[in-house]
Design a protein around this ligand. Sequence first.
Ligand code: NAP
Length: 267
Amino acid sequence: MQSRSPLRILLLGGTGEAAALAERLAPDPAFAVTYSWAGRTRTPRALPVPARSGGFGGVEGLVAYLRREAIDLLIDATHPHAVRISQNAREASLILGLPLLALRRPLWTPAPGDDWRLVSDTEAAAAALGAAPRRVFLTIGRQDLAPFRARPWHHYLIRSVEPPPSGECPPQAEVITARGPFTLEAEMELLTSRRIEVMVSKNSGAAAVGAKLAAARRLGLPVVMIQPPAKPAADLTFADVEALHHWLLRSSRPGIGPSAAPARRGV
Ligand code: NAP
């Protein structure tokens, strides 16, 4: 019996969901997945599939990579705030006629009792903290700290997976390095022990780091929420790992195959 060659997938990652999808696809001989991460963190998650790191060199570099590696399908499972790589993926997939699937988890929305101020970028978030000194919990990662450095009158508790580069922190700052998931109890304890008055967060929709919002609600703390810019549309978009995996399983069955993917059918 002739075995079918595996569907070659480039999985653009950097999120817990991308890692979870890689876990699901790894043992399945129908798929040959390469996980791609930007290489910003020095300690990436352990992955069960081959991984590559670092930028491709824009759309041109990505197109060259996809051709060289004979990729059949591109999956964009990047963070909601990572827009450039999603734009590049869209462009490259159109140039090559490759199907593009996207994992776009729903963003957080305020619940009763939440006191959110929605802003569109880190500069607006820093401005929203105001002119009076406040104790701020900053959970936006380790990049983009310049607008907060420019407001040195606040005290910042900065939590990121890896410490910010030296010289990037505002003068009054405590840094905690940690990767979620976090529990509600731990988040309440952190906010209380550091006497936090306001939280700044990127709206990412991630379950693993959502407990901080529930903790802010319980404590009646305001949250400055940075909304992500819009990402380009993919051929098919899924809200969770399970739905995307299910679609891949169905479309890889004999008789359906990778050619059933939407861009190739012109859907
Ligand atoms: P970005 O602005 O969209 O991308 C900047 C450049 O980084 C891209 O043009 C690309 O370089 C490279 N890149 C990004 N993601 C890549 C990937 N998965 N594989 C290979 N190259 C990648 O992204 P960002 O906001 O800097 O985020 C970088 C990565 O961190 C993303 O993969 C994202 O999923 C993850 N992440 C981001 C955030 C956030 O808040 N932005 C939070 C958590 C995780 P070339 O043009 O040279 O190909």
